[in-house]
Every structure is written in structure tokens, then in C-alpha cells.
Design a protein around this ligand. Structure first.
Ligand code: M6R
Length: 614
């Protein structure tokens, strides 16, 4: 959601805060702001600049009216409370206090009410009240630190906070309850940031605050306190590896770069899960899954949101077919509230690129609290979910910056298929021959993705047709049904064209009423055992005037060549890996449609990469 950065240092901070914000822009980008403590006429003064729009607008504003100092905080916003306006942009000030905030203060109305006779509020945000509360507490004689600690106790909700106080020499206050907050250790400087990416050009030594922690940073000292105000030591993580993956390189968009990285990223995922040389899945020891044995698991319960939920939905088919293991998939935001009947020996498995999605994290904690064993399939290994789950299953896709998930999706699928095979082997449903056959199919994934990427030109031409549509439908059966849902999600989120995905057999139960002359319908149907049934559904829409695009293989194309105007012919692949390969075509289709329409592909409107509010 929103992104936070702060520096308490020994040299000017404004330029570096704005650079750091740019790395956080993926978390939200409707407005941005910076506050520093600046010497004006020999007096230290808390000053700020804010702008509606992306960070470049803030940058322009700071160029026109410079501010700088040795201590500052900055913020990029994804609005939750209050319209997208400059007034509602952070940092929020009250008296001497400046605050940046990510998350939601749930009891803000009550807190505002308590101060209404003493204070006037200038914004519609849930954040402003925090600044007033700290300022008010200081007026009663409390130190900045005590005022901050006292205020934290009164806040309900999920939040990460960064606070600066004019007149409190050289200190930044930070707190984390819910959304992540990292501290970077520097040389004569210290930093706060929503994640390690924000701090990557500043520090390689990171401390992740734990749930309920708060901290006081000066240029040469970091004190961390837990929720009971006891001073604690937290581990330092040394960040390694290049941040190159967070740069666009020669690509026009991060999304395009990330689509093209997929032969490599799926290969990285596979290295972790299979032993290609011996044609075997890796054992649980090699997976560092000590203690997790699918033989003793009676049910897998996946919880996830958005694209990750569609990956989990594909996995439901795989776990049931390959491992004969009863499997559920719940959208995380619904999971807790339907009060699921949890049974012993259920493995609750969260799937999340970021590992920070609020709904998924809450569902994971719910399962833990109810005594289930928990796992997370995750890209960001330093994330909260990775720290809290019993078993951590990495997907190794590298940083994904484009808001629309692409390489994380195929890496999730690749890891989930490997795990389903592992479960099948452990449970005795896959013998050595079948294991060899399946593992060999997995090893072809990177090459098949590479071949599919060559369809780019053809897909770009088809995207011109899609870009004129009012509404687009995606159909699929079996494992390709979740892929139809993902295709529709991908198209709507970056091109803003209305799109829906359906199980191909379900269309005639209502949605077919929406088909009219020229409505594009994308049918995902490799020539597998369900092909003929899907083709019947294809004909049902074609005879009603739909403009059908069939995504299939050579055999499927031969069969359907005189039924549909457009066919995208994917490489011939094993039915089990087909969803991973066919995912590339729907990603390219959305990408080119969005580019053709001129939307902001990497930062589409109203969205954020990491959704840390419920
Ligand atoms: O980080 P997560 O995988 O938990 O995120 C879940 C969804 O918010 C995410 O997949 C979202 O749907 C993407 N924008 C889809 O492209």
C-alpha cells in the first residue's frame, strides 16, 4: 500500500529520500510528500512539500521550492481514508510533529472525537490524528519518545509509522503493527523504510521490526522496544545480491521485462524443487521442509488473493489429481469470516508473492492460532509470512516490480506443481516411472516459455482488436479455468477493459446472454481430454457472433482451423505443464492491449503492488 522512508543522518537527505520513494512507488502512487527539519534563519523548522500524482510531481515541486536538512521522512500514498488530494498527502503535521503512515488506524474517528475541542483537523485521513495525539501528549510535559510510546498504545488497526518532531534533536520514531517496516543501518546515519528495496541504495544491513515493535533512531544509535516497551535486540539481515532486477534495463516497462524473464525465473524455481539429473523431485530435507510429510497431511487448505489465488486454484487440481489429496482454495479475505470447519492434519498453505498481503497474513495467523501446521509459498523471503509460517517454500522469482503479477505467477505454478508431485510421490500415488516422466516435463518449462515468447508479434496484432472491445470473456476448463480467471484479471487491471473469466461449461447458465456480435472471447484449450467439450462451448459463442481467439497447440489448431478467426498456437507441451506455458500468452495479450491503449502498464490506476490493508 503506501510506502515510507526516513533518514536521520549527517548530510542532506531530500534527494535521497525522493530516490528511495521512487523505489517504493510500486506500493502506491496517487500522491507523495517529504518533510525535513531544516535550519531557517538559525532556527530548526519542520517543513514539507507535497504533491498530488506520482513522485516525479513531488520532485518537480521540490526543485521549484527546495527543502533540505539532515533528518527527514517521506511517503508515497495509496489512498484509503480521504480523497486523492494534496491536503490528504502525507506527511501530516500537527504542531511540532510530522507523521507518515502506511495502513489503517481503525479507531481514528473515536480518537479525533476525543480531541475535537482542542484541535482542528485539516484532512480527511486517519493519519492526522496521530500527529495531534503526539503533539498533545508533549504539551503535557512528556518527552517526544514518551509521547510517541503513549500514543501507540491508543491506536487500533494495522500500521507502520515514521515520526519526526521539531525540537527533538536528531531522532526519528518508528513503529510497526501489521504492515512491515525495516530499519537500515548506515555509517553515521540510520534509516527506516517500508522494505529493503527502498533502502537498497542506502544500506545492506537491515533490521526488520517485529509485530508491535517500535524504535528510536539517531544518526549513531538504534533502540528497539517491543509491544510491552521492553528494550529488545532484533537480528540484522545482510542483504545480498544485486538490485538489478529492480531496474528496467532496456525494456519499456517492468511488466515486459518480467514477462521475458520467465524462462530464467522458472528455471530458478525448478532448481529448488527438482533434481533434473536424477529425474526426481527433491526430498523434503533438500527443500528444508523438515517435519512436513504429505503422507500425514489429510487436507491442504490454500489461502491467497488475486493472482496468487488463481495459482492456488490451479494447484487444487494438481494436488487432487496427482496426490489424491483433498484440497481447498479460499480467497483469503473470506477465509476467517466464513469460520471454516478446520480439521486436524490440515496443512494451511498461504500463497503470496509479497508475503505481506494483509488478508492472507490474517488468514495464516488464524490457521496458526487454531493449531494447524502452516506453510507459505512466497517470493520475498524476508517477509512477515515467511517469518511466521512453519514451512517456507520459496519461488525464487526475484523482485517483481510491475503491479500486474507475471513472473511470480508462473514461478508459483512451477513450485506448486513440483510440490504436488512431491506429495504424490510421498503418498505413494506416483511411482518412479511416473515421477521421471513428470519431472522431465517440468524441466522443459523454461524452453517452452521461451518458444511461447516468440508469439509476441502475433499477439501484439491481436491486441489491437482487443483494445477496441467494451468487454472481453475468457473461457477454460479444468486447470485452464483458473487461467481464464487470471487472463481476465490481467486484462482488466492494466487495460481497464471489462473482462470476465468463466468455466467454459458455465457460460450457458447465464453469462452467454452478454455475448453479442463482435464480443471477443478468448478460449484457452490445449488438445487434452477436455478439448472437445471446450470446443463445443466455443461454438456456442461463435454462433452468437463472438469474435473467438483460440489458444491451443498444433493438434488443437488443426482441429479448429475453420471454426475460429484467430488461433494462437502454443508449443506442444505435456497437459500437466500447459497452464504454466499458456499463462505467457494471456500476459502478452493484456500487456499489448494496455500499451496500445496507452495506460500506465506498471502502475495502473487505483492499484498497489502490496496490499497491506484488509
Ligand atoms: O503479494 P501477493 O501475491 O499476496 O498479492 C496478491 C494480489 O494482491 C496480487 O496477486 C494482485 O492480484 C496482482 N495485482 C495481480 O496482478
Amino acid at each position: 500500500m503506501c510506502g515510507i522512508i526516513g533518514i536521520v543522518g549527517n548530510r542532506p537527505v531530500a534527494g535521497r529520500l525522493i530516490e528511495g520513494l521512487k523505489r517504493l512507488e510500486y506500493r502506491g502512487y496517487d500522491s507523495a510528500g517529504i518533510a525535513v527539519i531544516q535550519e531557517i534563519d538559525g532556527q530548526s523548522t519542520l517543513v514539507r512539500r507535497r504533491a498530488k500524482g506520482k513522485i516525479v510531481k513531488l520532485e518537480e515541486r521540490v526543485k521549484l521550492e527546495p527543502v533540505d536538512g539532515f533528518l527527514g521522512i517521506a511517503h508515497t500514498r495509496w489512498a484509503t481514508h480521504g480523497a486523492v488530494t494534496k491536503t490528504n498527502a502525507h506527511p501530516h503535521f500537527a504542531g511540532q510533529v510530522g507523521v507518515v503512515h502506511n495502513g489503517i488506524i481503525e479507531n481514528f474517528t473515536e480518537l479525533r472525537g476525543a480531541l475535537k475541542d482542542k484541535r482542528s483537523f485539516h484532512t480527511q485521513t486517519d493519519t492526522e490524528v496521530v500527529a495531534h495525539m503526539i503533539d498533545e501528549a508533549m504539551r503535557t510535559g512528556l518527552s517526544g519518545q514518551d509521547a510517541f510510546a503513549q500514543t501507540l498504545k491508543q491506536l487500533r488497526g494495522a500500521f507502520a509509522l515514521g515520526v519526526v518532531i521539531d525540537g527533538v534533536a536528531g531522532q526519528i520514531f518508528a513503529a510497526r503493527k501489521g504492515p512491515p517496516l525495516a530499519i537500515g543501518i548506515g555509517d553515521g546515519e540510520n534509516y527506516i523504510g517500508s522494505d529493503a528495496i527502498a533502502l537498497s541504495s542506502l544500506s545492506k544491513q537491515i533490521i526488520y521490526l517485529e509485530e508491535g515493535d517500535w524504535a528510536v533512531l539517531t544518526d549513531d544509535n538504534i533502540q528497539i522496544y517491543d509491544a510491552k516497551d521492553t528494550e529488545v535486540k532484533r537480528d540484522i539481515t545482510h542483504i545480498t545480491g544485486s538490485m538489478a532486477a529492480a531496474e528496467k534495463g532496456n525494456y519499456r516497462h517492468f511488466m515486459r521485462k518480467e514477462i521475458y524473464e520467465q524462462p530464467e525465473t522458472t528455471a530458478h524455481t525448478l532448481t529448488h524443487y527438482i533434481d533434473a539429473f536424477n529425474h526426481k523431485v527433491k526430498t523434503e530435507d533438500a527443500l528444508k521442509l523438515k517435519g512436513l510429510d504429505f503422507k500425514t497431511v489429510e487436507r491442504v487448505s490454500f489461502i491467497a488473493c488475486g493472482t496468487a489465488a488463481y495459482a492456488a486454484m490451479v494447484a487444487k487440481y494438481w494436488f487432487e489429481q496427482l496426490a489424491h489429496l483433498p484440497t481447498d482454495m479460499d480467497v483469503a479475505s473470506e477465509f476467517r469470516y466464513r469460520r471454516p470447519a478446520l480439521t486436524d492434519n490440515t496443512l494451511a498453505m498461504a500463497v503470496s508473492q509479497s508475503g505481506e498481503t494483509a488478508d492472507t497474513l490474517a488468514a495464516l495467523r488464524y490457521c496458526k492460532d487454531h493449531g494447524l501446521q502452516t506453510g507459505v509459498l512466497v517470493n520475498v523471503l524476508s517477509s512477515t509470512m515467511a517469518r511466521e509460517a512453519d514451512y517456507v517454500l520459496p519461488i525464487n522469482a526475484g523482485p517483481e516490480i510491475g503491479v500486474a503479477s507475471t513472473k511470480a505467477f508462473t514461478a508459483q505454478l512451477t513450485a506448486l506443481l513440483s510440490l504436488a508431485i512431491t506429495a504424490g510421490v510421498q503418498r505413494g500415488h506416483i511411482d518412479t516411472q511416473a515421477e521421471k516422466r513428470l519431472v522431465d516435463s517440468l524441466t522443459h518449462i523454461p524452453r517452452h516459455i521461451n518458444e511461447t515468447l516468440k508469439l509476441d508479434g502475433q499477439i501484439e496484432n491481436l491486441a489491437h482488436m482487443l483494445s477496441k472491445a467494451k468487454s472481453v470473456f475468457y473461457l477454460g476448463r479444468g486447470v485452464h479455468y483458473p487461467l481464464a480467471l487470471e487472463g481476465a484479471l490481467k486484462l482488466k487491471e492494466i487495460s481497464y477493459i471489462h473482462a470476465e473469466g468463466y468455466a467454459a461449461g458455465e457460460l450457458k447458465h447465464g453469462p452467454i446472454a452478454l455475448i453479442e456480435e463482435g464480443t471477443p472471447v478468448i478460449v484457452i484449450a490445449p488438445s487434452d481430454e477436455l478439448f472437445e467439450k471446450t470446443i463445443s462451448n466455443l461454438q456456442e459463442v461463435a454462433t452468437r457472433g463472438a469474435k473467438v481467439v483460440l489458444i491451443t497447440d498444433n493438434k488443437g489448431a488443426k482441429h479448429a482451423h475453420n471454426m475460429v478467426p484467430h488461433i494462437i498456437v502454443c508449443p506442444d507441451v505435456s497437459p500437466v505443464t500447459a497452464p504454466i506455458i499458456y499463462a505467457i500468452t494471456i500476459q502478452l495479450l493484456s500487456y499489448h492491449t494496455a500499451v496500445h491503449l496507452g495506460t500506465d502498464v506498471d502502475q495502473p490506476r487505483n492499484l498497489a503492488k502490496s496490499v497491506t490493508v484488509e
